[in-house]
Design a protein around this ligand. Structure first.
Ligand SMILES: O=C(O)CCC(=O)C(=O)O
Length: 252
């Protein structure tokens, strides 16, 4: 459950960091699954402008596993619905693996920069980035431009092997609004609007920066023309202790 202050911060800044959404025990269980076939089987790499690569694994169904337990977690979904003020469906979820020394940067972009092309008419979309490792400046934590969710969607084009926003316009936005490094303890969740500009720098440290990002769209905003990700149907929420139960099943 979010506080009124957290909702106000999200409305003003386009993001809010919620500490301790998941416990150390839950994070340890998730980390023990980052090499599962469901993750490894879907991994691809995106080159940044310098040619460094970050790996990610993405799926559109919530799935009946420990990651599905996060995407359908009442802690996440209730918060997303409070921020969007309406019911949502699961768009997609992804494991982000930024490996020590080699994990590349993500260029400045808006998620709605891509999702626009998937046929969503409104940017009533939101991501929740859960830190599986402590995210620091050194290992390439997320950076955001505060208040940029109110700028509207910028043009996006190829930057390295990624889709990035019009760089001149982004620099003008940073000059006016600034940028914030979202350092985040493991177990925290960063909720950010589909139009919030974000990027991250390469991981030059000796520590991994792994994260799980769940993305949602408002049920009132189905893509036209049968495009888009996920199934347009209300999420069936998981039990609040579902991650711990997955851990117990594996241990047992
Ligand atoms: O993991 C990161 O550093 C960036 C992720 C990102 O920008 C995205 O998933 O849209």
């Amino acid at each position: 459950m979010l506080t009124a202050e957290q909702i106000t911060a999200y409305d003003r800044d386009g993001y809010v960091l919620v500490p301790d959404l998941f416990s150390a025990e839950e994070i340890a269980i998730l980390l023990s699954h980052v090499n599962d076939p469901r993750v490894g089987g879907h991994t691809w790499a995106a080159k940044d402008a310098a040619g460094k690569e970050s790996k990610l694994s993405l799926w559109m169904d919530t799935g009946d596993d420990v990651f599905g337990a996060v995407s359908a977690s009442p802690r996440v979904v209730t918060a997303v619905q409070m921020l969007l003020r309406e019911e949502v469906y699961h768009w997609h979820s992804k494991v982000m693996l930024k490996e020590p020394r080699v994990g590349g940067a993500w260029e400045w972009h808006q998620d709605y920069g891509y999702w626009y092309g998937d046929g969503c008419l409104y940017p009533r979309m939101l991501s929740c980035m859960i830190a599986l490792d402590p995210a620091t400046r050194g290992n390439g934590c997320l950076k955001v431009i505060p208040g940029s969710h109110l700028l509207g969607r910028f043009d996006h084009g190829r930057v390295g092997g990624q889709n990035g926003a019009d760089q001149e316009r982004v620099q003008a936005a940073i000059a006016r609004l600034g940028e914030v490094y979202c350092e985040a303890p493991a177990g925290s969740a960063l909720f950010f609007h589909g139009n919030t500009f974000h990027s991250s720098e390469a991981n030059l440290s000796d520590h991994p920066r792994r994260a799980y990002i769940c993305c949602y769209n408002a049920l009132s905003n189905p893509p036209y023309g049968g495009k888009g990700h996920g199934k347009v149907e209300p999420i069936r929420m998981a039990a609040d202790d579902a991650i711990l139960r997955h851990g117990a099943t594996v241990a047992g």
